[in-house]
Design a protein around this ligand. Structure first.
Ligand code: ADP
Length: 248
């Protein structure tokens, strides 16, 4: 895929925790419609990077420009979510006591309270959108099941669907394939590739097989800095990356 305008542009981000530098002069661009994988050893700063984008952590300095002109460092996390940035944490967080359909219904109307949501009538367009989403997630047969009864992988899919019904521009996903079966991982890869283009995705992942299947470009973080960037083949051939991963 060709490089496009950035949907997200981080410029010289610095984050410190009690003097410890978690991110140092980190600059990163994600193109519109791109599927970017971010890899790196534990403690590299991957979670902190996501926290900065979503407003959970404020950088000491630097800018995070979204959609050409919105500086996310000036917005709170609610505003950031409302501006079309969806985040999925590693562990699925669905409403276990509600059905699969109800989970998607609530996600679709995030501006209302849970109960107001369930009482409010849905229009047919909203219902159709959820029906389509159930097919995409391969959860058609589970629509009336309680989410707590789903397998781990199905909960992951449901949560991805809960993000998608909010029609985000940028999706941030933390180890989406963790704990999935091989078949589920394969379908997740297929799903992400089909989402790229319409959405921009940033995926933190340890499973290199998964990264190889999905990534347009890979960014390697190490000690709070970008160590390398390029295709997976390019970064895997990078001497510094080899050193970090193999400790040579
Ligand atoms: P990764 O997600 O790549 O494993 P993190 O972003 O979680 O890395 O962490 C980067 C570094 O910052 C680590 O050394 C971690 O211990 C430190 N760190 C992260 N969050 C905090 C915090 N709230 N307070 C102190 N140190 C933190």
């Amino acid at each position: 895929r060709e490089q496009t305008d950035p949907i997200l542009s981080l410029d010289k981000i610095n984050v410190s925790f009690d003097g410890f530098k978690a991110l140092t002069d980190l600059s990163l661009r994600i193109g519109v419609g791109e599927l970017r994988c971010v890899i790196g050893p534990n403690g590299a700063g991957k979670t902190t990077l996501m926290d900065v984008i979503t407003g959970k952590t404020r950088p000491k300095s630097g800018q995070v420009i979204y959609d050409q002109n919105i500086d996310l460092t000036r917005l709170d996390s609610v505003r950031i979510a409302q501006s079309g940035i969806g985040r999925k944490f590693q562990k699925p967080t669905v409403f276990e006591a509600l059905t699969v359909f109800e989970n998607l219904e609530i996600a679709q109307k995030t501006n209302k309270s849970v109960w107001a949501c369930l009482r409010a009538k849905m229009n047919s367009e909203q219902r159709d959108r959820i029906d389509e989403m159930l097919v995409t997630l391969r959860l058609q047969g589970e629509r009336h099941r309680t989410a707590g009864m789903l397998s781990h992988g199905q909960k992951q899919f449901l949560e991805i669907g809960m993000l998608l019904v909010q029609e985000p521009h940028l999706l941030l996903l933390d180890e989406p394939a963790a704990g999935m079966t091989d078949a589920e991982t394969e379908y997740t890869a297929e799903l992400f590739k089909s989402l790229a283009g319409k959405h921009s995705l940033m995926v933190v992942e340890h499973d290199m097989g998964f990264v190889e299947t999905i990534a347009d470009r890979v960014t390697v973080l190490h000690q709070g800095q970008v160590l390398a960037e390029g295709s997976l083949q390019e970064v895997q051939a990078n001497e510094q990356v080899i050193e970090v991963y193999l400790g040579r």
